[in-house]
Ligand binder design. Structure first.
Ligand SMILES: *Cc1c(COP(=O)(O)O)cnc(C)c1O
Length: 463
C-alpha cells in the first residue's frame, strides 16, 4: 500500500513541498522560503498540523466542510462505491445509480422548479457550463445575439478562464488575458467600502439599479443572464443591504434575462436554509453548487436548472461535459453528506446557533480596530479601519491590517481568512455555542494583537 508518510520532520515536508508543489493563489518562491504549514489530520472543527498544534478552523477548509471533519460514514460510502463501480461516464446513453440518486435528491432540495442537474467537478467548471448553457439557451430560442452575461466587480465565480471572467477580481483579470468577450461587470453592494454618503439602503438600491442601467444601455436583446452570489464570499463576505436583492429580482422579472445564482458557498445550509436564495427571497433560473454539496469530502459541483431552461437545452445536443461529470464516488459521497445533513438537522442547528454567533459577532464593532460587522447565518466579516467615523482605508494600502491579523490568528490557533482588510469566517455548520465562545476569544485576542502591532509600527493612519 502506498503511504505518504506523516512522519517525516516538518522541515523536510516543507522542503519537498517547496521543491515540487506549486500552490494556488500564492507567490510560491516566498511561500517556499517561509515553509507552508503542513496539515496532517482533522476532526470536527479542528485541524492538527505536523507539529501537533491544534487549530480551530473558522473557514471550514475553503468554505466547504459544512458537516465538519472526520465523518467515517463518508469514507465508508466512498470505499464501498469504489469497489462497486469506481467510474463510469454518462456521455453515451449510459447513467449510474449515484448520479440518478443525487440528481433526484437535488431536485427535491432545490427551490421551485429547479429540477435538473448538470454535474461538474467543482464551482469553476460548473460556472463555465453556465456560460455555454445560457448562450445556447438563447441561441436555441432564436436569439443568438443575447450573449452578454452581466456579473459584478469583486464577485468570485471560480478560477477557470470562463469562471474567472465572470468573477470581478481585478488581480485575476490582470493575468492570462481575461475576461473573455461579452462579460460585463457592474458595481458590488459593498456599502462600507463604496457607499459614500448614502445610507446602506439607498446604496443597495443604487447598486441594484446598475443592473437595469446596463440592460438598457446594451439593449435587452443583447443580455443573456445576470450572475451573482447571494453573499459575496471570497470578495470579503459582503452581505448586501436589505434593499438590494428585492430590486435585483424586480429587474430580472421585468426584463427577459436569466438569473444565475452562484450558491457554491451559500448553498447547503450556510445561511440557515438549503440555499441562500431561499434566505434572501431570490428566484433563480439556474443555481451553481459545489463545496458544501459534498462538505468538501469529494470534488463535485453542478448547475441546477429550472424546468424551462432544461427543456430548451434538452431539445438539442448540448456539446459539453466533463470526464468526471457525476463521478460515481463523488456523487455517492455527496448523497451521504446530504443524508447526514437531513438526519442530524444541520440546518436546524444553524438556525438555533447562528443568533448566538450573530450577537457575539456584531459586538465586535466595539473593538477599536473594527468599523463594520456583517453576518448572515454562518458566514461573517469584520472591516478593520484606522478611522471608524470616516470608514477610512489604511494609508499603507489594502491588506495592511489583514496580513497581520491572519498571522496573529494562526499564532493563536485559529484559521480566519482576510480579504484586504476584512477578516472573514465561515466555520463548519456543526459549531456549538461553546466552540463559538472559543473562536471569538481567539479572534478577539488576535485582533487585540493586530491593533497593538499596527499602533507600534505607526500603521494606524487613514488613507
Ligand atoms: C469557490 C467558489 C467557486 C469555485 O469553485 P471551485 O470548486 O473552486 O472551482 C465558484 N463560486 C463561488 C461563489 C465560490 O465560492
Amino acid at each position: 500500500m502506498t503511504l505518504i508518510s506523516n512522519h517525516l520532520p516538518t522541515a523536510e515536508l516543507q522542503r519537498l513541498d517547496a521543491a515540487h508543489h506549486v500552490h494556488p493563489f500564492s507567490a510560491n518562491t516566498a511561500l517556499g522560503a517561509e515553509g507552508a504549514r503542513v496539515i496532517t489530520r482533522a476532526k470536527g472543527i479542528e485541524l492538527t498540523d505536523s507539529d501537533g498544534n491544534q487549530i480551530l478552523d473558522a473557514m471550514a477548509g475553503l468554505w466547504c466542510v459544512n458537516i465538519g471533519y472526520g465523518r467515517d460514514e463518508l469514507a465508508d460510502v466512498a470505499a464501498r462505491q469504489m469497489r462497486e463501480l469506481p467510474y463510469y461516464n454518462s456521455f453515451f446513453k449510459t447513467t449510474h445509480v449515484p448520479a440518478i440518486a443525487l440528481a433526484q435528491k437535488l431536485a427535491e432540495l432545490a427551490p421551485d422548479d429547479l429540477n435538473h442537474t448538470f454535474f461538474a467537478t467543482g464551482g469553476s467548471d460548473a460556472n463555465d457550463t453556465n456560460i455555454r448553457l445560457v448562450r445556447t439557451y438563447w441561441a436555441e430560442k432564436g436569439k443568438p445575439e443575447k450573449s452578454i452575461i452581466i456579473a459584478r466587480k469583486n464577485g468570485y465565480h471560480g478560477s477557470t478562464v470562463g469562471a474567472a471572467s465572470l468573477g470581478g477580481m481585478a488581480a485575476m483579470h490582470a493575468q492570462g488575458g481575461l475576461p473573455i468577450p461579452d462579460i460585463l461587470h457592474i458595481g458590488q453592494p459593498n456599502w462600507w467600502a463604496e457607499g459614500g454618503d448614502m445610507t446602506p439602503e439607498e446604496f443597495g438600491l443604487a447598486r441594484a439599479q446598475e443592473l437595469e442601467a446596463a440592460i438598457l444601455q446594451k439593449g435587452e436583446d443583447r443580455i443573456a443572464a445576470f450572475i451573482a452570489e447571494p453573499v459575496q464570499g471570497a470578495g470579503g463576505v459582503i452581505v448586501a443591504p436589505d434593499s438590494y436583492w428585492p430590486e435585483i429580482q424586480r429587474i430580472c422579472d421585468k426584463y427577459e434575462i436569466l438569473l444565475i445564482v452562484d450558491e457554491v458557498i451559500c448553498g447547503f445550509g450556510r445561511t440557515g436554509n438549503w440555499f441562500g436564495s431561499q434566505t434572501l427571497g431570490i428566484r433563480p433560473d439556474i443555481i451553481t453548487v459545489a463545496k458544501g454539496l459534498s462538505s468538501g469530502y469529494a470534488p463535485i459541483g453542478g448547475s441546477i436548472l429550472s424546468d424551462e431552461v432544461s427543456s430548451v437545452i434538452s431539445a438539442t445536443d448540448f456539446n459539453h461535459g466533463y470526464t468526471y461529470s457525476a463521478h460515481p464516488v463523488a456523487a455517492a459521497v455527496a448523497l451521504e453528506n446530504l443524508r447526514i445533513m437531513e438526519e442530524e438537522d444541520i440546518i436546524g442547528h444553524v438556525r438555533r446557533t447562528s443568533p448566538y454567533l450573530k450577537e457575539k459577532w456584531l459586538a465586535m464593532v466595539d473593538h477599536p480596530l473594527i468599523g463594520e460587522a456583517r453576518i448572515l447565518g454562518m458566514m461573517g466579516s469584520l472591516a478593520m479601519t484606522p478611522d471608524k467615523a470616516s470608514r477610512a482605508a489604511f494609508a499603507a494600502g489594502p491588506g495592511t491590517a489583514g496580513l497581520i491579523a491572519r498571522d496573529r490568528c494562526f499564532a493563536n490557533g485559529l484559521v480566519m481568512r482576510h480579504v484586504g482588510d476584512r477578516v472573514v469566517i465561515a466555520p463548519p455548520l456543526i459549531i456549538t455555542e461553546a466552540q463559538i465562545d472559543t473562536m471569538m476569544a481567539k479572534a478577539t485576542k488576535a485582533l487585540d494583537e493586530t491593533y497593538t502591532e499596527l499602533k507600534s509600527e505607526g500603521l494606524l493612519k487613514a488613507a
